[in-house]
Design a protein around this ligand. Structure first.
Ligand code: ARG
Length: 437
């Protein structure tokens, strides 16, 4: 157990099990860069304001830069017995530069420090996640470009409804993912405010320059309320909500891929590199990746629920409950990233089976609406046309034929408005091409 930052008041060491329970280093050590960046900005501001001497400021800067370089290169290992990453870095700095290191925390609390670090870390994650979402959009675009004319049945209630283009179906998912990107933008913009200078909760009496640290860290400004500054975790909840919606979209897409690669559909075939076999059934080729993505959506929704529930009962300002923000939001970020990284190549490499899509589209009377539109174009009210075409569907089912093969005499027995141009009118390609909206 490393020495505590707050040991002064205490006559005894923390109980080992209590220390382990209280510690967060296993989770928050991933923020070491942001912690050091935040401290560099804080120390430079303290020196600029004359709160610490220029020499101490320079010593702190050198010490922190060395620690960062050694952590990056792996020559310095994080001491996992420290309480958290903030304690570890401050302790390491003081061990190296002595007295000056002890001045770093002037006018700062771990409460504003951790809020700053987390905003910096998640701001960077938003950039990465946006690029990963973009890669999935690009994989969908690749499929649209590969199969621009493939016709498939469009569904409502999972019943064949109207003929559509495969490309049109994929566009729907691209639109969802584009909204996801704009949600990440919004969320990143709102989180980009500096809480540094809030202190423990009440602010500080030192003549700090909050605008200076905010600008040095690339924030758009600083929080107005110091109490809210240390205890706001909206940015975690908001990001977890945006990530949950991404998972809803990926899960729906994966559900379709799972259906489509079944032998009942056979609309797509996944690349061997992105499927798995069965230990018992030699014929199997399973869409495990798609199923796992669908399954992991539950985990991300769980992270969002954990954050909402963790926050809802807390009085102002900081409470230790908030240390639970990191396991939840980090898990959500990691899980969504892993899912996006699995989805992109799986989507890019799958092969569509336009012939099977077309066969399914030809079977379900999905051109019935068009058949009714034919009569409407010749002056019949839509409701009357609807009824006549419904009767024709029943006749076709009884006779084992489709609108493409129903004899003209039978069409004309239902309405004399039918001519032999009906066959061209109900051709699937013609139906798809007529849709202009
Ligand atoms: N490890 C803590 C966290 O993640 C840092 C803040 C601790 N502050 C405190 N007053 N105990 O939230």
């Amino acid at each position: 157990m490393a020495n505590k930052l707050w040991a002064g008041r205490f006559a005894k060491q923390t109980d080992q099990a209590a220390h382990d329970f209280n510690a967060s280093i296993a989770v928050d050590s991933r923020m070491f860069r942001e912690d050091i960046t935040g401290s560099l900005a804080h120390a430079a501001m303290l020196a600029k304001q004359g709160i610490i001497t220029a020499e101490d400021g320079a010593a702190i800067e050198r010490g922190l830069r060395d620690i960062l370089a050694e952590l990056e290169s792996g020559t310095l290992a994080i001491d996992m017995t420290a309480e958290d990453i903030h304690s570890f870095i401050e302790g390491e700095l003081t061990a190296r530069i002595g007295e000056a290191g002890k001045r770093l925390h002037t006018g700062r609390s771990r409460n504003d420090q951790v809020a700053t670090d987390l905003r910096l870390y998640l701001r960077g994650q938003c950039d990465e996640l946006r690029a990963e979402v973009q890669a999935v959009i690009a994989a969908l675009q690749h499929q649209r470009d590969e199969y621009p004319d493939a016709i498939m049945p469009g569904y409502t209630h999972l019943q064949r409804a109207q003929p559509i283009l495969f490309a049109q179906h994929l566009l729907a998912y691209q639109e969802m993912l584009r909204r996801d990107i704009s949600r990440l933008d919004d969320c990143q913009q709102r989180m980009n405010v500096s809480p540094l200078g809030s202190g423990a909760l009440a602010g500080t009496g030192y003549a700090i320059d909050r605008a200076h640290t905010a600008a040095a860290l690339g924030f758009d400004g600083y929080t107005a309320s110091t109490l809210d500054g240390v205890s706001d975790r909206d940015f975690c909840m908001e990001l977890a909500a945006a990530l949950s919606i991404i998972m809803v979209h990926l899960s729906r897409l994966c559900e379709e891929l799972i259906l489509w690669c079944s032998w009942e559909f056979r609309f797509v075939e996944h690349d061997d590199a992105y499927t798995t076999g069965s230990s018992m059934m030699p014929q199997k080729k399973n869409p495990d990746l798609a199923e796992l993505i669908r399954g992991k959506s539950g985990r991300v929704f769980g992270d969002l629920t954990a954050l909402l529930t963790m926050m809802k009962g807390q009085p102002l300002a900081y409470n230790k409950d908030m240390q639970e923000d990191k396991p939840a939001i980090f898990d959500a970020v990691d899980t969504v990233r892993a899912c996006l990284q699995a989805a992109a190549p799986m989507l890019a490499t799958m092969k569509a089976k336009p012939e099977h899509m077309r066969r399914a589209a030809a079977e379900g009377f999905i051109n019935a609406t068009d058949c009714a539109d034919y009569l409407v174009a010749r002056g019949m009210p839509f409701r009357t046309a609807y009824k006549i075409v419904g009767e024709l569907v029943a006749q076709c089912i009884a006779a084992g034929c489709t609108f493409e093969t129903l004899p003209l005499a039978q069409y004309q027995a239902a309405s004399e408005l039918f001519g032999d141009d009906i066959y061209a009118f109900v051709a699937l390609e013609a139906c798809v091409q007529r849709r202009i909206s």
